[in-house]
Design a protein around this ligand. Structure first.
Ligand code: 2P0
Length: 328
């Protein structure tokens, strides 16, 4: 953290990350400890820029893409600021101004970039100088996946067993990767990932099997990447994500984020693979499909999919940087 932003105010940028091995389900709701470790790629697009100003106001305020927020969105940010105030030993309320590059709450990791940027801006504005590991633990309290967006490139979040041991860290990426986003629907999802996870853990008969397999998936995927075997890694990424959706679909009541176009994209990804392109699908808590591919062939793969998926925009995202403070 830097002192050059003046006491009381700081601006930070963080990017979304897409999990290759997924986080789905908590061991501890309050501390946001996950049941499984996860692996992700921080992207170069889909950024959130957040300014935090501690003021003499009587309460916290939150503006998201220029719109003043109330209700649950504000309460969640306020609870997070309570943690920062506790660490810094201050009591002032804060004004939070946050802007997203991409759509909010559409399953495109806006809470990951959002809470990573908030953790960095709020801690700097409060005068804290946290290490990146401490920042990752702090961001985790806001939203689990946010702990991974503190770092750039390939990132692993080791589940750990308590607040101190659950944090993300960057890994060398032996294969340059890219992620295509096939945007099936940019609307807000009807059910939050937080609620969807809770219901899955509580009621899916497939959940424990997915948790067990996930630990194997992570180690096998890391070995495959180290061996330069994108085919083996991609197969594991796709299986891990579709397995996670199987746990949701088998929850009671079922959580089905898929739309008809979701299946069209999944089918196109299979056909692209049959045509020799290195592409594997992954999905998060929404109907959009992300496609893991090599950085080298990303443009070609996006063009191949685009021409076969009328009305579904396909964007190319490369590896992105760590969260950082900026001058306003
Ligand atoms: C992930 N997702 O690993 C998984 C895959 C969505 C599907 O992390 O409750 O917003 O705030 O910890 O981090 C989305 O969940 O959930 C997510 P909370 P979060 O990227």
């Amino acid at each position: 953290a830097s002192r050059s932003f003046g006491p009381g105010r700081a601006t930070a940028v963080a990017h979304a990350n897409i999990a290759l091995i997924k986080y789905w389900g908590k061991a501890d709701e309050t501390l946001v400890l996950p049941r499984t470790s996860s692996l992700s790629l921080t992207l170069d697009g889909l950024a959130t820029t957040t300014t935090v100003t501690f003021t003499g106001a009587r309460s916290d305020s939150l503006s998201l893409d220029g719109e003043e927020q109330s209700g649950e969105a504000l309460r969640r940010v306020s609870r997070f600021l309570d943690i920062v105030r506790g660490l810094a030993g201050i009591e002032q309320h804060a004004q939070v101004d946050s802007r997203n590059d991409g759509p909010t709450a559409a399953g495109l990791a806006s809470s990951a970039s959002g809470f990573a940027a908030l953790a960095l801006a709020a801690s700097a504005a409060a005068g804290l100088e946290l290490s990146s590991r401490e920042l990752s633990r702090l961001a985790r309290r806001g939203s689990g996946s946010a702990c991974r967006s503190i770092f750039g490139g390939l990132v692993v979040w080791r589940a750990g067993h308590d607040d101190l041991s659950s944090f993300a860290e960057p890994l060398d990426c032996p294969i340059p990767l890219a992620v295509l986003v096939a945007q099936v629907n940019a609307g807000r999802k009807a059910i939050s990932s937080r609620e969807a996870m809770r219901r899955t853990v509580a009621s899916s008969p497939l959940y424990e099997a997915w948790v067990q397999r996930s630990a194997v998936d992570l180690e096998d995927a890391l070995s495959a990447l180290r061996a330069g075997d994108l085919g083996a890694a991609g197969t594991i990424f796709e299986g891990n994500a579709l397995g996670m959706h199987a746990t949701m679909i088998s929850a009671r009541p079922a959580i089905v984020y898929w739309e008809p176009d979701t299946v069209r994209v999944l089918d196109a990804v299979h056909r692209a693979r049959d045509a020799g392109l290195p592409v594997w699908a992954t999905m998060d808590a929404g109907p959009n499909v992300k496609v893991v591919t090599s950085a080298e062939l990303a443009t070609e793969a996006a063009a191949w999919l685009s021409t076969r998926l009328e009305n579904i925009p396909v964007s190319v995202n490369c590896c992105g940087p760590a969260a950082r403070l900026i001058s306003e």
